[in-house]
Design a protein around this ligand. Sequence first.
Ligand code: NCD
Length: 318
Amino acid sequence: MKKSWIYKQSYITVDQIKRKSQIKELFKKVDVMKKNVETHNVYEPLKGMTVAILFYQPSTRTFSSFEAAARRLGAYTIAIHGMTQYSSVAKGESLEDTIKSIHQTTGADAVVIRHPENNSSEVAASISNVPIINGGSGTKEHPTQALLDLYTIYNHHKKMDGLNVAMVGDLLYGRTIKSLAKVLTVTGRKNKFIFVSPKELMAPRKYVKDLSKKVKISETDNLSKVLPKADVVYMTRVQKEWFEKAGKLDEYERLKGKFILTRHMVNTMKKKAMIMHPLPRVGEIMYEVDDDKRAKYFPQMRSGLYVRMALLEAILKG
Ligand code: NCD
């Protein structure tokens, strides 16, 4: 059988996805993984292989689903959550040396990394002998999240084009929307984006400029006006850690409660629309919304397991 386009490659950025066919190929695998998990079918193509998972930033979903994905496929995992606290990083070791060391000490066949620097995965890939998978880098990229988000959208709407997608919240520091919006320009020229944020948290100008060469983007700070038009409402949290780093916690306090999705607001949305959130939420979606049929942030998480299984298999086995 023909090998996957990502076989033996690192997955650093969604810019590696240039054609819809690449997504279709992966999603076929994702469907198989979903079925395997749902039927408790034992499928272990990565038996004998090792996946190292190195996280320099907090995580619940990405970390646990990568580990679950690797193990379900039969691989050994070396998963280190507290890289900044408990590894030699705390002694000042460079990312380059850490990557080289992990390769030596574990014999890993692939390394998943989450790191606060925008170019961390690129740096890691440039010195690594094995594929690097970006589990979130700085404020710039979260390419596996983009795939699971897209899979969730596709499952719900049965299409990836012609959608009105509202991205809401911290579009300046949030990395999930940046990767997802880029992927959605590949899957559909007729997708339209509405970026909803307070002025201070608007997406970077260069990013918007580049994206608007491909699809239509409008920007507003009025969420209520946008809700009745959207097919996808993608909420995000205001990213406290970056305000902290910039010494602007007062600004964070002022902006964090700007958009709070209530049941009353959700009732103005289209019946067929969907609400997404990469999570964690810190108040952007009221718990009262959770049992609305449009709330898809829990199935969205589950897609993460299937998508990461598919990606690991595609990279390691083809
Ligand atoms: C996101 C992240 O880390 O960028 N979380 C995730 O992976 N689901 C979103 C966030 O932290 O706000």
